[in-house]
Design a binder for this molecule. Structure first.
Ligand code: GMT
Length: 379
């Protein structure tokens, strides 16, 4: 198949999933065309079946907010014609599903471009709900020929809040390359992250309020009172200063490492003993899956799609959002007993591999594409 992929190319789970999907599809013989304003950050080496089409934007004094959605629609339209795309798969509904619909309208009878939209999270649970976006988000996702959601939770939210018929949404979870994300990777940076042999507690995110990074620090501070440990924070975003302030308030600043954004998180995760994800809401929790694939138990909030990923008591522990005490107790239970920690880590990796391995999930996207293409035009 000739497949177009549009995503946010910067840091973020939806961009990471879209890029990885494109690379694996190309490895499986498909031709893949990324259409975005920048090269996706996880797109590594040259691949003969992967093409990148940059969205050209003309600056103009009238444009305080340049109309990216329109330029994107034109790039999608042009790529569909020149490359002969069979299908365009857009990740994150806003504005990608809308641009895709415009591109398909512009193509008219020149080309039957099938559109698949994958709903990732805040496009449905937060941003998309805003009155300035909800009507067009609903309109655009209903016009997509195929709709997927990364969890049952997100499907439910879409049905409830956007009045989309449940049978229109296929749940295809996020996936992980367990060859890349695996335990015991070299070089392991353990010695520099925890020079005193302390346990390594890790959190990776974009430090937005939804991630509750202050809770990460508070949970860590309680763990460190009972087990020698260091906290490694990877990523960056608006709440980084708050996390820093909380570490100072709680007197753990010297044991908290801020590494900033990092390109190869698998190397760091392979050094971790415990992963914390105390988010307010999370449609899936890709970071938790990445940790699990590296054999790292996860302590997370019982919210959104996380319980579909982290098996409470088997691959980690879940607690209510904001329950710092319960999360710290769970963390101590894991870290204080190395045998139990290892057992849980192994269960986490097996679970990640069996349920979310790329070999299991990517063929489901291929099957879905074939079904959408075979279905013919939507009335
Ligand atoms: O929806 C977002 O907040 C952005 C999005 C992203 O681009 O990182 O994250 C969502 O998609 C990820 C990939 O499917 C999921 O793993 C995240 O759980 C989800 N984030 C939220 O629901 C907050």
């Amino acid at each position: 198949m000739k497949i177009g992929i549009t995503c946010y190319p910067t840091y973020g789970g939806s961009g990471a999933v879209a890029t990885e999907l494109g690379v694996i599809l190309a490895n499986r013989g498909h031709q893949v065309h990324f259409i975005s304003y920048d090269q996706p950050f996880r797109l590594g080496h040259f691949h003969e079946r992967i093409f990148f089409h940059e969205v050209e934007m003309e600056d103009y004094p009238l444009f305080e907010h340049p109309p990216y959605s329109l330029a994107l629609a034109v790039a999608m339209h042009d790529t569909a014609l020149k490359a002969g795309l069979d299908l365009l798969h857009v990740h994150y509904a806003i504005p990608h599903a809308t641009s895709a619909w415009i591109a398909a309208e512009m193509l008219g009878s020149q080309r039957d471009l099938r559109i698949v939209t994958t709903l990732h999270g805040t496009d449905i649970t937060l941003v998309g709900l805003h009155p300035s976006f909800r009507p067009i988000t609903r309109f655009s996702i209903l016009r997509s020929h195929g709709l997927t959601a990364v969890s049952e939770f997100l499907k439910g939210e879409t049905v409830r809040d956007f009045d989309v018929p449940g049978e229109r949404i296929e749940v295809i979870p996020n996936f992980i390359d367990t060859e890349v994300f695996r335990p015991g990777l070299e070089p392991c940076h353990r010695a520099s992250l925890a020079p005193g042999g302390e346990k390594i507690v890790m959190h990776i995110s974009n430090f937005r309020p939804v991630k509750r990074v202050e809770d990460v620090v508070s949970v860590f501070a309680r763990i460190r009172n009972r087990v020698p440990a260091r906290l490694v924070l990877v990523g960056d975003g608006p709440d980084r200063p708050r996390a820093l302030m909380r570490a100072e308030e709680l007197g753990v600043r010297d044991d908290v490492l801020f590494l900033g954004k990092h390109g190869s998180v698998h190397e760091l995760l392979a050094c971790a003993d415990l992963f914390l994800l105390p988010s307010e809401s999370e449609s899936f929790g890709l970071a938790a899956l990445e940790a699990m694939a590296c054999g790292v138990p996860v302590v997370a909030s019982r919210t959104g799609g996380i319980p579909e990923v982290v098996k409470d008591g088997e691959t980690g522990y879940l607690a209510e959002v904001g329950d710092i005490g319960a999360m710290a107790d769970a963390g101590v239970e894991i870290l204080a007993d190395e045998e139990w920690r290892r057992e849980m880590g192994e269960a986490a990796r097996s679970h990640a591999h069996a349920h979310f391995g790329a070999d299991v999930v990517v063929p489901r996207y291929e099957d879905y594409y074939r079904r959408v293409i075979a279905e013919g035009p939507r009335a």
